[in-house]
Design a protein around this ligand. Structure first.
Ligand code: PHE
Length: 330
C-alpha cells in the first residue's frame, strides 16, 4: 500500500505538470480526486487493511489527499490569473485607441521661424534669466532712478532690487559687458508687465530683441535688416512704415508699423510691431564699450503681436488659454 501511495503521488505530480488548460485540470481532478478517482479508490482499499497497518497508512493517505487537493487549487488559481491578464480576455475585434500626437504651440513655431530668419541674417542667439536686477533691466539701459521713462513699463518687483524683466534688453547688457564687439545677436524670451489684461495686452509675453555693434553700423543697415525680416516673415508685399519714437537706450529711435487688413473685409490699419534705434552711447559706455569707436543698433519686438498679425488672431489671451480648439488650427 505504501508503495502504491507513492506511485500515485508521483503520477499526480507528473500529470499536473503538463496541464495547460482548465479543462485538462478538471479531467485530472476527476481522475484522482473525483468520487471514483485513484485517490478515492485508495480509501476504499484502505478499508480492507489489517488493523495494525491502518494507523500509518491512514495518515499517509490523508496527507496525499490534502496535498493533492492543495496542488490542484494552486494550479486552478494560476490558470485563472493567466486568463485575466490577457490572452483569453482580449477582444481583438475592438477598435484601437487613437494616440494623439501633439504639435508645437503657435508661439514656439513663430519664435522658431523668427530665429531662423535672423540666423540667416548673421545673428546668433543669446538667452538670459527672467528674474533680473533693477540695475540690468533699467539703470544700465539709461533709465536713471525716478526717471519718468520707467513708467513706460509697469513692473512686477520682487523686492526693492529685483524684478521680473520687462524686456529682454538686459540680455543685451549682459552680452555687451561680457564680450567684445563686433556683436550680432538676438535675445528671445519671456517678459512680464504689470498691465491691465485685455485683448491687446497680457501680463506675460515673448520678445525677440536684436543687437548689432561694430565700428561702422548705420541706421540704414538697421532699416535693411528690419525690412528684410518683415518681407521674409510676412511676404514680399508687406506694407510697413518707420515712425520716430523714444526709448531711453536708443537715439535716434523709431517704431515700425505693419499695414493690417482684417479678413472680414473691414478697413485696414497700421499696427506697431517693434521698437528700434541706434544704441545710446551712454549704454555702450555703461558696458565698457568705447562709444567713440563703436556704434550699434538695437530692436525689440513682441512675438505675440507678430503672430497675431500673421495669423489673424484678435485676442492675445488665446495664446495662453491652452484651448485645444484654438491651438489645433496651427
Ligand atoms: N526694449 C524695448 C521694449 O521692450 C524694445 C526695444 C529694444 C526698443 C531695442 C528699441 C531698441 O519695449
Amino acid at each position: 500500500m505504501h508503495q502504491i501511495i507513492n506511485e500515485i503521488r508521483e503520477s499526480f505530480d507528473n500529470d499536473l505538470k503538463i496541464v495547460t488548460s482548465a479543462e485538462q485540470l478538471e479531467n485530472l481532478r476527476i481522475a484522482y480526486l473525483g468520487r471514483k478517482g485513484k485517490i478515492s479508490q485508495l480509501f476504499e482499499d484502505f478499508k480492507n487493511l489489517p488493523n495494525e497497518e491502518k494507523r500509518t497508512v491512514g495518515k499517509e493517505l490523508n496527507i496525499l489527499k490534502t496535498t493533492s487537493q492543495n496542488k490542484f487549487d494552486e494550479m486552478k488559481e494560476k490558470l485563472s490569473e493567466g486568463s485575466s491578464n490577457g490572452n483569453a480576455d482580449i477582444d481583438l475585434t475592438l477598435p484601437g485607441r487613437k494616440v494623439e500626437v501633439g504639435t508645437k504651440h503657435i508661439l514656439t513655431q513663430t519664435l522658431e521661424e523668427m530665429r531662423d530668419i535672423f540666423r540667416g541674417l548673421g545673428f546668433s542667439v543669446h538667452e538670459g534669466p527672467e528674474l533680473e536686477s533693477d540695475h540690468l533691466n533699467f539703470e544700465m539701459l539709461n533709465f536713471p532712478a525716478d526717471h519718468p521713462a520707467r513708467d513706460m513699463q509697469d513692473t512686477f518687483f520682487v523686492n526693492k532690487d529685483f524684478l521680473l524683466r520687462t524686456h529682454t534688453s538686459p540680455v543685451q547688457i549682459r552680452l555687451m559687458s561680457n564680450q567684445k564687439p563686433p556683436l550680432r545677436a538676438i535675445m528671445p524670451g519671456k517678459v512680464y508687465r504689470n498691465e491691465a489684461i485685455s485683448a491687446k495686452s497680457y501680463c506675460l509675453f515673448h520678445q525677440v530683441e536684436g543687437l548689432y555693434i561694430d565700428t561702422d553700423v548705420t541706421f540704414a543697415e538697421l532699416k535693411g535688416t528690419i525690412v528684410s525680416f518683415a518681407q521674409q516673415f510676412y511676404g514680399k508685399d508687406v506694407k510697413y512704415r518707420f515712425r520716430p519714437s523714444f526709448f531711453p537706450f536708443t537715439e535716434p529711435s523709431a517704431e515700425v508699423d505693419i499695414w493690417w487688413e482684417p479678413a472680414n473685409g473691414k478697413e485696414g490699419r497700421w499696427l506697431e510691431i517693434l521698437g528700434c534705434g541706434m544704441v545710446d552711447p551712454n549704454v555702450l559706455e555703461n558696458c565698457g564699450i568705447d562709444s567713440e569707436k563703436y556704434v550699434g543698433y538695437a530692436f525689440g519686438m513682441g512675438v505675440e503681436r507678430i503672430a497675431m498679425l500673421k495669423y489673424g488672431v484678435s485676442d492675445i489671451r488665446t495664446f495662453f488659454d491652452n484651448d485645444k480648439r484654438f491651438l489645433k488650427q496651427f
